[in-house]
Design a protein around this ligand. Structure first.
Ligand code: ADP
Length: 415
């Protein structure tokens, strides 16, 4: 509801007075000429008055619509809408657009055809159809090159204005990316599982056929089959572990964990493996270290993965497990360092991605799944901790994990 402006009200009243005056004059004139004249004058005057009132009513309703037309009949709503919205008339000329729409389509100009600014044939085709039929329609477009957004567009006819259409844009880039990652992940997991599976099936065929009566070959093949089955089991275990950690990533663990004791325990557990590989484990733990705030089993898994990697890829040298308190006393630090061949700098940012390996063959040969550091990253993330990997070719690799000191309260430092 909108009150009329003074000039408009005066204009309306003036017209009503004029109608009354005409009615009175006519009545006077006709009453002088005949006896039925008063009735005719009254009818004529009433008709004139009715017309004035009707006109005033219509123009009052129309005026705001005309003022709001550039914004599509709701300029304030259009401006407040966080998603891009564009309105066009029946000829596809832009009649309104909000800030978000102008940011999305910089070439958009009011009064110009939408087709000049929006190079999306599927949207323009849908726009023509909606303008023609008056039926709502949804289309998707975008992401022609990797940096492009992917958008869903909802086209809705604007009531009361012939063939005018509102276009609502919704950014679906994130959903698309997640979907692409999911598809990619399933493809990678299938590939990772299919390789050992194919090998198992191949050996079963051989054992049933040519090697049926060859006890030496049977023993050798069964050993390989066991390795392949173990590899599949490791992969499934790691996948389950990763999905469990991801599922609980928003739940911050709250128990006190003694990192020095945990490092010593892991050093002991890993010593036989180190000896197998001709390596040694050196413990350098700080006494009296305050506990970290965390989940003991998960931190154990972190240290296990890091020490295993140092032994797998670090050659026959020394692996050092170290614990310290940060200078500001807010973080407990645990590092695992090897003196192996190191990692080239271009690989460092991608090491924590699922299935990323510097050398696929080497990882496979050493029983790797490509998921170890991804699990480490997610566990550290769940603890609201920090993870960094430093490496130099020919010098070795150091992985540093920092966890918040346990304070008895749930809040992590700096959170
Ligand atoms: P994987 O199961 O293959 O070991 P990870 O996620 O644990 O998977 O590690 C990813 C890759 O990072 C490994 O394949 C390896 O190429 C590299 N890497 C990890 N730790 C080290 C290390 N200490 N020294 C050299 N390369 C390493």
């Amino acid at each position: 509801m909108r009150a009329g402006r003074p000039a408009e009200i005066l204009r309306g009243r003036g017209a009503a007075f004029a109608a009354l005056a005409v009615m009175a004059a006519l009545a006077g004139f006709l009453s002088w000429r005949s006896e039925w004249a008063p009735a005719a004058g009254a009818v004529l005057g009433a008709a004139l008055l009715l017309r004035v009132v009707r006109e005033r009513g219509t123009s009052g309703a129309e005026r705001p619509a005309r003022r709001e037309a550039p914004g599509g009949g709701g300029g304030d709503i259009l401006a407040a809408c966080p998603d891009p919205v564009v309105t066009v008339d029946g000829r596809g000329i832009v009649t309104g657009a909000n800030e978000a729409a102008r940011a999305l389509i910089p070439a958009l100009r009011q009064g110009e055809p939408l087709a000049l600014a929006l190079r999306a044939p599927e949207v323009l085709e849908a726009l023509r159809a909606t303008a023609r039929t008056g039926e709502a329609c949804d289309v998707e477009y975008g992401a022609r090159t990797p940096g492009d957004p992917f958008l869903a567009v909802r086209l809705r006819p604007l009531e009361g204005r012939s063939a005018a259409v509102a276009l609502f844009f919704v950014d679906r880039t994130r959903e698309r990316r997640v979907e692409a990652m999911r598809v990619d992940f399933i493809a990678t997991v299938s590939h990772e599982l299919r390789t050992p599976l194919a090998s198992l099936v191949g050996f079963i065929d051989t054992l049933e056929g040519p090697a049926r009566n060859d006890p030496a070959a049977r023993g050798r093949f069964l050993g390989i089959m066991r390795d392949q089955a173990n590899r599949m089991a490791r992969l499934v275990d790691d996948l389950l572990q990763l999905s469990r950690v991801e599922l609980n990533e928003h739940v911050v663990p709250t128990e006190p964990v003694d990192l020095s004791a945990l490092a010593a325990q892991m050093g002991e557990v890993m010593t036989p493996l180190a000896h197998e590989r001709g390596a040694t484990i050196r413990l350098d733990v700080e006494d009296g270290l305050p506990p970290a705030r965390g989940d003991r089993d998960q931190i154990l898994r972190v240290v296990e993965n890091l020490v295993q990697n140092a032994l797998k890829y670090g050659g026959a040298g020394e692996v050092a497990i170290r614990t310290r308190l940060s200078e500001d006393g807010r973080w407990v630090r645990l590092s695992v360092a090897d003196r192996g061949p190191g990692i080239a700098p271009e690989h460092l940012p991608r090491l924590t991605e699922r299935f990323y390996r510097v050398s696929e063959a080497e990882s496979r040969a050493r029983g790797g799944t490509g998921l170890g550091l991804a699990i480490v990253k997610h566990i550290v993330g769940r603890h609201r901790g920090r993870l960094s990997i430093e490496s130099a070719l020919g010098k070795g690799t150091t992985v540093l994990v920092q966890l918040p000191v346990f304070t008895g309260q749930g809040r992590p430092p700096g959170a």
